[in-house]
Design a protein around this ligand. Structure first.
Ligand code: HPA
Length: 201
C-alpha cells in the first residue's frame, strides 16, 4: 500500500499464474480483495510475445481488447455474486478508453513509443510453436501471454475499470525462426519497466 503520482494505491509484487497450478479462483482472488478494499481502477501489466510485424522487442503495447484462450473461465460458478450476472457484456470491458487515451498522451509527452493491440491470453506454460504464433496472429491477436485475461474479467465483474499494458518481450512472427527463453523475457521486461512505471505514475 502506498502512494503513486499522488494517488492511494495497492500494488502486487508479481501475480498468481494459472500455469503455476493455481485455480482460476486463486489467480483472481487478489482482484476480489482489491475490490473489497475499494479500488476504482486496475492497472495491469504483463510480458508478452509480439505477433504483429510492426512490433519490436521492448515496445509497450496498450491493450485495446483481449481474446480469452484459457481453458477455464474465472467467473464460472460465480452466479449473480455482487448482483451482477455472470453473463457479462464483455464489450464493456473496453480497457477504458479515456485511461487509454490519457496514457497515450502521457507516453507522447514523455517520448515513449507505444503501440496498440489485442492481447491473447493462453494457459502456457510453454511458449508457442511457430504454427501457434501464426494461428494466434491470424485469429486477431497482436500479442500473446499467459496472464491478465482472468484478472481483467474478474475486475469487470466487480465493476472496476481496467487499463492494461503489455511489454513485448519476444517476437513470434510468421515465417521467422522463434527463439525465446524465460531469461530473455525477464531481461526485456526489466528493461522496459522504468518506462512503464513512468506511464503508470
Ligand atoms: N508467449 C506466451 N507468453 C509469453 C510470451 C510468449 O511469446 N512472451 C512472454 N510471455
Amino acid at each position: 500500500f502506498g502512494k503513486l503520482g499522488g494517488k492511494d494505491i495497492m500494488a502486487m509484487e508479481g501475480r498468481f499464474h494459472y500455469y503455476e497450478g493455481y485455480s482460476m479462483k486463486e489467480v483472481t482472488f487478489p482482484i476480489r480483495v482489491m475490490y473489497e478494499l475499494g479500488i476504482k481502477t486496475l492497472f495491469v501489466s504483463n510480458a508478452s510475445g509480439g505477433m504483429n510485424p510492426d512490433f519490436k522487442i521492448g515496445d509497450l503495447m496498450i491493450i485495446t481488447d483481449h481474446i480469452n484462450f484459457f481453458p477455464e473461465h474465472p467467473i464460472r460458478g460465480a452466479g449473480n455474486l455482487l448482483g451482477q450476472s455472470q453473463h457479462g457484456h464483455m464489450e464493456a470491458v473496453g480497457y477504458e478508453m479515456y485511461v487509454k487515451l490519457l496514457n497515450q498522451a502521457i507516453a507522447a509527452e514523455k517520448g515513449i513509443r507505444v503501440v496498440h493491440g489485442v492481447y491473447i491470453g493462453v494457459q502456457g506454460p510453454t511458449f508457442e510453436t511457430p504454427a501457434e504464433y501464426k494461428m494466434y496472429h491470424r485469429l486477431g491477436g497482436d500479442a500473446v501471454g499467459m496472464s491478465t485475461v482472468p484478472e481483467v474479467i474478474v475486475a469487470h465483474h466487480c465493476g472496476i475499470k481496467t487499463f492494461g499494458i503489455s511489454i513485448i518481450t519476444d517476437l513470434g512472427l510468421e515465417d521467422t525462426p522463434v527463439e525465446v527463453s524465460h531469461e530473455d523475457v525477464q531481461i526485456a521486461a526489466n528493461n522496459a519497466q522504468p518506462l512503464m512505471t513512468e506511464i503508470m505514475r
